[in-house]
Write a protein of this length. Sequence first.
Length: 63
Amino acid sequence: MEDLNKLNEEDLSILKNVVFAKHNYGFSSEFYQAYFNLFHFYNTDEKRKNRTKDILGLLTKSD
């Protein structure tokens, strides 16, 4: 928790959205869409074809 206190608001927002990106969420925000497109786990041909807005059933307890 101490490490989280060192992060600024923008970093915390990105960290929060990693959970959504992990589940292939299709971001409405151009910033987050472009940011996560930089990462292979999010930006593959297969993933791009299957973006979703409905991730509630995909979330785990640790998410």
